[in-house]
Design a protein around this ligand. Structure first.
Ligand code: NAP
Length: 242
């Protein structure tokens, strides 16, 4: 059995990643925080793709809860380990810094950046012991360029990029790669309410990306073929920014 964990796997990019990893033969652990029905839908899609999965509901921004749930999983799967981790959960709470309430700063940082520590730390030791692992972190164009109205989100994603580069250097010799993906605009619930017609006029490819296109990139980075790629940030944005 080969296991992969996808945080924020109930919807959007995370769901497409779950299906991709299922097609690659992984048993997929689907993390989410609240949407039971959509998480179940992801599980059904994993089964339709010919694999098996399980739901692991916890808030990635809560260190104690994440540690407890991951320890519970490990106890129930003695001798096994999670060899692919996709840190994908994230939210947006946009506002100009001038108007940004403290909870919108700390919540975005908690879910997009502290989660990196909360989920990765318990899983890194088994990967090092087995001398194989793949960690893929969902960053954003916002974390590379910085976007106005998103100081919180840009800071979180910029932090994820720096953590990716640092961890990659810590674990490279042990067969564990750590990379980040920086999507532009991808058609999911997260971009609902944005003015797609105006925004896509600025994208050289002329459209928003699809979750499945991001999932294909995750699939490659998760594969043994990507063994010599680590500490990288790979943009997938239709040419919007490079
Ligand atoms: P989405 O459709 O809004 O889905 C968000 C996912 O994250 C859901 O599965 C949600 O679970 C989960 N989640 C939220 N808070 C959580 C928490 N505290 N603990 C555990 N899970 C939590 O988002 P998306 O567009 O697929 O985005 C996925 C990732 O890509 C995010 O990191 C996002 O920042 C990044 N990204 C997206 C875009 C884009 O254009 N869509 C661009 C750049 C980067 P529930 O269903 O339970 O709420």
């Amino acid at each position: 059995m080969k296991y992969a964990l996808v945080t924020g796997g109930s919807r959007g990019i995370g769901r497409a990643v779950c299906v991709k990893l299922a097609q690659m033969g992984y048993q997929v652990i689907v993390n989410y925080v609240s949407n039971d029905a959509e998480a179940q839908n992801t599980l059904n899609l994993i089964e339709e793709a010919g694999s098996n999965g399980e739901l692991l509901k916890f808030d990635v921004s809560n260190q104690e809860e994440a540690a407890a749930k991951l320890a519970e999983w490990q106890k129930a799967h003695e001798g096994e380990y999670i060899e692919v981790l996709v840190n994908n959960a994230g939210i947006r709470k946009d506002n100009l810094l001038f108007w940004m309430e403290p909870q919108d700063w700390y919540k975005v940082l908690g879910i997009a950046l502290n989660s990196f520590y909360n989920v990765t730390r318990p899983l890194i030791q088994p990967m090092l012991r087995k001398k194989y692992g793949r960690i893929i972190n969902m960053a954003s164009l916002s974390g590379l360029k910085g976007l106005p109205g998103q100081t919180n989100y840009s800071a979180a994603k910029g932090g994820v990029i720096a953590a990716t580069k640092a961890l990659a250097q810590e674990v490279g010799r042990k067969g564990v790669t750590v990379n980040a993906i920086a999507p532009g605009f991808i058609k999911t619930d997260m971009v609902e309410g944005l003015d797609e017609a105006t925004l896509k006029a600025q994208i050289p490819v002329g459209r928003f990306g699809l979750p499945e296109e991001v999932a294909d990139l995750v699939g490659f980075l998760a594969s043994p073929n990507a063994a010599y790629i680590t500490g990288e940030v790979i943009s997938i944005n239709g040419g919007l920014y490079s």
